[in-house]
Design a protein around this ligand. Structure first.
Ligand SMILES: [Zn+2]
Length: 195
């Protein structure tokens, strides 16, 4: 877990959005390896193990196939220049190394990635039934299949995006009331949150 990402995490419990307080046990450079994330509102504590923030309720891993491979994904995400974070939900996270080369200086956050993706410098791993990330804090969100067709996940993606930025999805059409579609082809869509 990239230590600066912890500023953008939120408690996953359904109460008014609350930040999480990091109580680190082991930090290596700018990575937190073990520690506790504590919510000041509901008092829940989440252990950070092997650098992974796991809220304990992540859905089972979907099949690994995705059209959202790095070369296809980078232009769709439309991030110009370094800084901030790109969230990769599901199978697209497997391409994080190539994406890091295509988008230097953009922090990568893998949510429910394939088992092959482990927390290390360059990628932070979260496992959860939602995006435990603060509202309006991310530069882009990519939803692999089936997340791209899941209304709850699309709404979560819209919530965490900074205003005016894009999400990319695969796995079905997004709900019309949540997304202004910019393009859709071959099961992949690009859009921005409908405000
Ligand atoms: Zn809480």
């Amino acid at each position: 877990m990239f230590i600066e990402l912890t500023d953008h995490l939120r408690c996953p419990v359904e109460h008014d959005e609350a930040f999480l307080v990091l109580l680190p046990d082991l930090v290596d450079g700018r990575s937190v390896k073990t520690g506790t994330l504590a919510c000041p509102v509901c008092d829940r504590r989440f252990r950070l193990r092997d650098g992974v923030f796991d809220t304990g309720d992540a859905p089972p891993a979907p099949p690994g196939a995705t059209r959202l491979v790095p070369d296809a994904l980078a232009p769709l995400a439309g991030l110009n220049g370094p800084g901030g974070y790109l969230v990769l939900v599901g199978a697209p996270a497997a391409g994080w190394r190539e994406l890091a080369e295509l988008m230097p200086g953009v922090g990568l956050v893998a949510v429910n990635p394939p088992e092959s993706v482990v927390d290390e410098p360059g990628v932070s791993v979260l496992r959860s039934s939602r995006l435990p990330i603060k509202t309006h804090s991310m530069r882009g969100v990519v939803l692999g299949p089936p997340y791209g067709g899941g209304p709850a996940w699309v709404r979560e993606a819209a919530r965490v995006l900074l205003p005016g930025l894009r999400m990319v999805g695969e796995g079905g059409d997004p709900p019309e009331d949540a997304v202004d579609l910019m393009a859709s082809a071959d099961g992949v869509w690009v859009g921005s949150p409908r405000r």
